[in-house]
Design a binder for this molecule. Structure first.
Ligand code: PLP
Length: 438
């Protein structure tokens, strides 16, 4: 059994001075204890107790190239040597903006920002300014960052209860401290339900500025859109003068260089990207139609941020895009093959050990859940999963040297190899036995 004495001691020390002990609320829920990292390289993370893990958490998504990728580090260090940030303009901004307009099919222009949360804030502001309307339709189980005007609650098992019970016209705040009024413009709908969507959009078209949706519900079950559903959002929003925002903070550069909208061939009006774009460095972007960005060109809509477009951010994003697209983007095939191998192997192991479960996979991302249903295509079904059993599984996997998120979302990077997948399946095989034994 692995021990975690040093991590536990460091958490206690952190709690003296760092509110909550961790830097982002969700990280505090890790069992048996939030880990403190000594170093990380490739697919391997080493903690302060000397334990090593094969990493499928990938820092909640950004590390599409793995940890400390030498090519990435070299490019970013070179840029850093020329100064980190100027508060002035530089070629990196133009180069990155141009590159983003090349890879993201919906982007005539882009704006650079610091995090997914900020990108979503800007996309909402642009939508309201462009349409002259104020309401925003968002969906159960999706997550669009933690800003007050959109945060309904994080889709974790216990915290999500509040959101599921919300009526469409009264969305409760996701956290204490959020104004009761902050979500007054939000209409919360079930996802993958075409009739509800059409009825709501038609009834409220006069007041809806935007529909915001993850193109694949990665934050809750990696649920794919039903055939025709994203097309329906696209057509209705176009007809009703509503901005369609695709939140590709997870899917961007992961499902293809052009994200999910590139893969599915459906262009939203605005796309938000982050996470993988920076390879671990804080950078995000909003891309979309030039008519909408004219509001920024003409300074009618403000977009600010001291560190926007800094040299570390732009060089990181350029490095990621270069490394992902070299050799005709061969890494995408590799990542997807490995994800399929792992997802298929897990399904075989469910059978072998008599555990009921579902693995929803697309590209290098999948959600693994213990559930009695045969398939999970809606958030309501996803809520029936046995999250306690999965949390136990995640804890046992840690003991086997495999780091997975306690909520079931797995990421594959460009540096995961076939033998890592094999080792992981062997670990799952053993853990399934330990789970059965209780
Ligand atoms: N949008 C989606 C779909 C996300 O998954 C996230 C983060 O998980 C965000 C927005 C917020 O991004 P950030 O954590 O960079 O603010």
């Amino acid at each position: 059994m692995k021990t975690f004495e040093k991590s536990r001691a460091k958490l206690a020390e952190a709690k003296q001075v760092l509110a909550g002990g961790v830097a982002s609320t969700l990280r505090g829920s890790m069992k048996p204890t939030p880990l403190y990292v000594e170093s990380a390289s490739g697919v391997t993370v080493k903690d302060v107790d000397g334990n090593e893990y094969l990493d499928y958490q990938l820092a909640y998504g950004p590390l599409i190239l793995g940890h400390a990728h030498p090519g990435f580090n070299e490019k970013v260090s070179k840029a850093m040597a020329k100064g980190i940030t100027y508060g002035l303009q530089h070629d990196g901004e133009i180069e990155l903006a141009r590159r983003l307009t090349e890879v993201l099919p919906c982007a005539d222009k882009v704006v650079l920002s610091g995090s997914g949360t900020e990108a979503v804030m800007l996309a909402l502001r642009l939508s309201r300014a462009y349409t002259g309307k104020s309401k925003v339709v968002r969906f159960h189980g999706h997550y669009h960052g933690w800003s007050d005007s959109i945060f309904t609650s994080f889709p974790s098992p216990d915290m999500m209860q509040k959101a599921t019970s919300a009526a469409a016209d009264s969305v409760p705040p996701g956290t204490k401290g959020q104004s009761e009024l902050s979500l007054q413009d939000v209409i919360l709908l079930p996802w993958n339900e075409p009739e509800t969507l059409e009825a709501t959009l038609r009834a409220h078209a006069h007041e809806i500025a935007a529909v915001i949706s993850e193109p694949v519900m990665c934050n809750s079950g990696c649920i794919l859109p039903l055939p025709g559903y994203l097309e329906q959002i696209r057509e209705l929003t176009r007809e009703l003068n509503i901005v369609f925002i695709m939140d590709e903070v997870i899917t961007g550069f992961r499902l293809s260089p052009g994200g999910a909208h590139g893969r599915f061939g459906i262009n939203p009006d605005l796309v938000t990207v982050g996470k993988a774009l920076g390879g671990g460095i804080a950078v995000s972007a909003v891309g979309g139609r030039k008519e909408i960005f004219e509001l920024i060109d003409s300074e009618q809509v403000s977009h600010l941020g001291t560190l926007n477009g800094n040299g570390v951010a732009t060089s990181s994003a350029l490095a990621v895009l270069e490394l992902l697209t070299e050799n005709d983007g061969a890494v995408y095939g590799k990542m997807e093959d490995n994800a399929i191998k792992l997802a298929t192997g897990i399904r075989v192991l469910f059978e072998k050990h008599g555990h009921r479960g579902v693995v929803n996979q697309i590209g290098p991302v999948f959600h693994f859940m213990f559930i009695e249903e045969d398939e999970v295509t809606h958030f309501d079904t996803f809520q029936k999963r046995n999250s306690g059993k999965y949390a136990k599984f995640a804890e046992l996997m840690l003991d086997e040297g495999v780091l997975v998120r306690p909520n079931g979302l797995w990421y594959i990077s460009t540096v995961h190899e076939a033998d890592h997948i094999e080792k992981t399946l062997q670990a799952i095989d053993r853990v399934f036995v330990r789970l059965t034994e209780g």
